[in-house]
Design a protein around this ligand. Structure first.
Ligand SMILES: *Cc1c(COP(=O)(O)O)cnc(C)c1O
Length: 385
């Protein structure tokens, strides 16, 4: 009996993607091994996060980085860092942030994950009119609108990384730097391409959040916050347990700005973002493996897996969409009926219905094994809708 069976938990085939709702993907054996090894020793948490910082800095080009409980946690901690800086009294007061508490965000970029900024004590101030999305016009938030909105209350700018995002990051970052306002980038789901690991930092972001449980293949509840050393150090101070006599507190050089704190903050707003040693070692192992593999290798693996699903080429109009994660598109008259047929398999097969309005079901290879892909293919041949 395996652990799933021991607790009576039904498993599924995840042909949808690394969605949190579906528990992400499969853990690579190297990652599982690192997580098991993490449990075989104890460590001082600042040393653990210092090791994480060195590896994250090497792979992202950032000054520093930490492992968090997910990208949402990284956004919360990043916002907390922008709000409190290196002032432990301000850290202790969050989520009461004082008058400098607004984060500017393009109205078209509002999304369900930006709640993390408000949880930390920030207030979102929407900029621009997203006519290009709503239809009547061609414009979106523009740089001059942000420039005019920055004032004494501005704690930061939130930017959702997306190929279509506007204003583009380099020009945005130039404005932010000139005005002394940090830019916090939500890049949770922007890997692959591998180049994005370095791109947002290179483009001038002050802080970047990545999800560990998506394409990186780390533990489901892991994420990365990387960027400026002072801000990352502030974020770490708000996540760590610093309940220690000051004279025993040893600051690793990776987080040198913490050596100047007048005192140590109490467990704060970031305490609920904590990552354990299992997540940290697991994420670092996954991140290293992710960086060592090329996008071409990943594409080849994923396309080969998708090819197994409709190996006989029987599905009329089936095609592989050329996306960062290649996606199999199955056109059908009734996408919901097809999805229900797939859910009737044992174990249930979950697909992506996000584009059902186009009359398609989408299948992602990222959270499946080859054997699971074969099962999906076999079950599809029993569909006569
Ligand atoms: C998935 C996602 C997140 C949250 O990532 P977690 O690691 O699950 O916390 C945040 N922002 C965006 C845009 C995402 O797609």
């Amino acid at each position: 009996m395996n652990a799933w069976q021991a607790f009576g938990i039904p498993t599924i085939i995840n042909a949808c993607g690394t969605n949190t709702r579906l528990s992400g993907g499969h853990t690579r054996p190297e990652v599982a091994r690192a997580m098991a090894e993490a449990g075989s020793a104890t460590v001082e948490m600042p040393d653990l996060q210092a090791g994480a910082s060195r590896e994250i800095a090497r792979l992202t080009g950032a000054d520093a980085g930490i492992v968090t409980a997910g990208a949402s946690a990284a956004i919360l901690l990043g916002a907390a860092a922008c709000l409190a800086g290196l002032d432990p009294a301000r850290m202790n007061r969050l989520p009461q942030a004082g008058p400098r508490n607004t984060f500017l965000v393009a109205r078209s970029q509002r999304n369900m994950y930006d709640r993390a900024v408000t949880v930390a004590g920030g207030r979102l101030e929407e900029i621009g009119i997203p006519d290009r999305f709503s239809g009547p016009g061609v414009r979106d938030a523009e740089l001059w609108e942000f420039a005019s909105a920055i004032d004494d209350r501005t704690a930061g700018i939130l930017w959702l990384a997306q190929p279509t995002a506007q204003p583009a990051l380099p020009e945005f970052a130039a404005l932010a730097r000139a005005r002394g306002v940090p830019i916090l980038v939500d890049a949770a789901a922007q890997l692959p391409p591998l180049t994005n690991l370095r791109k947002f930092i290179a483009d001038g972001a002050d802080l970047v959040a990545f999800s560990g449980g998506k394409a990186i293949g780390g533990p489901q509840a892991s994420g990365v916050l990387c960027g400026r050393r002072d801000l990352v150090s502030s974020a770490l101070a708000q996540m760590l347990d610093l309940d220690i006599y000051r004279e025993y507190w040893r600051v690793p050089p990776e987080f040198a700005p913490l050596a100047d704190l007048p005192g140590l903050p109490h467990h704060g707003i970031g305490r609920s973002c904590k990552a354990g040693k299992e997540e940290v070692l697991g994420l670092l192992t996954a991140l290293r493996l992710f960086a060592e593999e090329s996008d071409g290798q990943r594409q080849a693996t994923w396309r080969a897996r998708l090819a197994r699903i409709d190996a006989a080429g029987r599905w009329a109009g089936a095609r592989v969409l050329d996306r960062p994660v290649p996606t199999l598109e199955l056109p059908c008259a009734d996408p919901d009926a097809l999805a229900r047929h797939l859910l009737a398999h044992t174990p249930p097969i979950h697909v992506n219905l996000g584009e059902r309005h186009r009359g398609v079901v989408l299948i992602s290879p990222i959270a499946m094994t080859d054997a699971e892909a074969d099962a999906v293919g076999a079950w599809l041949t029993r569909w006569n809708g």
